[in-house]
Ligand binder design. Structure first.
Ligand code: PAF
Length: 281
């Protein structure tokens, strides 16, 4: 397994691989890898000749009061996990090498980004789109795998690929959960034992929405209200948003009549966690 930290060397290597007819798969990550990331690598591995994992805590997608500096990092552990998954190249750039200090071109997706996480994290998806476009230009992947836990990110990036004609096949990786249902996230590391228990309310609220819809409930107001009540019973849990939106357009819906994405962000103490499910009426 090769580790490349220079963007120019990454692009040169990718160009040579393409010239020799190899297909490239990319799993973009911010490191501190867990089983969710490994599941994305497992999906990509049989689909490409050369598997690249990028590890880059992208400053452009963090707001001024967010956890950029505190974001957990452990490159040695990440490296050995990548080896275990048969990764060929780890692209591990320095922030100073990824962005010019006077960078002035950014990618704004305008339809799907403003609500949900985009509402509470202004500029977040601009940072995500820009870094992923840069990674696509440096790694030249034929396919890229993104996790469904970041449901909005996935849809925003799929739209970017469509609208800007990136020749990249986008693959969705299902959410991977701990045995008790908590969606895997690098940010789970911030939770103490008590908060770890409290964090289960995200999955419980989603399960409640699913069971209400299975029982015939259609009203978004009713479903949302019951989710709010459930989370309200958990001390230390503060709702950032709970939204039920059209699965494709991410527009709010009043009734669950077609595939509906139920997505929520909840602060458990200082840690903001997200989770989601697709409701099938
Ligand atoms: O999902 C993530 O870890 C990041 O948003 C991504 C896609 C690697 C871009 O920095």
């Amino acid at each position: 397994m090769k580790i490349i930290s220079s963007p120019a060397e990454m692009q040169q290597t990718a160009l040579e691989l393409k010239r020799s007819g190899k297909t490239i798969g990319l799993v973009p990550t911010m490191g501190f890898l867990h089983n969710g990331h490994l599941s994305l690598m497992k999906l990509a591995r049989p689909e490409c000749d050369v598997l690249v994992v990028s590890i880059f805590v992208n400053p452009a997608q963090f707001g001024p009061n967010e956890d950029l500096d505190a974001y957990p990092r452990d490159f040695e552990r990440d490296e050995s996990l990548c080896k275990g998954e048969g990764v060929d190249i780890v692209f591990y750039p320095e922030p100073g090498n990824m962005y010019f200090s006077d960078a002035s071109v950014w990618i704004d997706e305008e339809a799907l980004s403003p609500g949900l996480c985009g509402g509470s994290r202004p500029g977040h998806f601009r940072g995500v789109c820009t870094v992923v476009a840069k990674l696509f230009n440096l790694v030249l992947p034929d396919l890229a795998v993104f996790g469904e836990k970041d449901a909005q990110q996935l849809r925003v990036l799929e739209r970017m690929v469509r609208d800007l004609n990136f020749p990249v096949r986008m693959v969705r990786g299902p959410i991977v959960r701990e045995a008790d249902g908590l969606a895997m996230s690098s940010r789970n590391k911030y939770l103490n034992a008590e908060q770890r228990q409290q964090a289960l309310c995200l999955k419980q609220a989603l399960a409640l929405a699913e069971s209400l819809v299975r029982g015939g409930e259609k009203s978004v107001a009713n479903i949302r209200q019951q989710m709010v009540v459930l989370i309200g019973t958990v001390p230390g849990a503060e709702i950032d948003y709970i939204e039920l939106v059209d699965d494709e357009t991410l527009a709010r819906v009043e009734n669950v009549e077609s595939e509906t994405l139920v997505a929520l962000a909840v602060k458990i103490g200082p840690t903001r966690l997200i989770d989601n499910a697709v409701l099938h009426p």
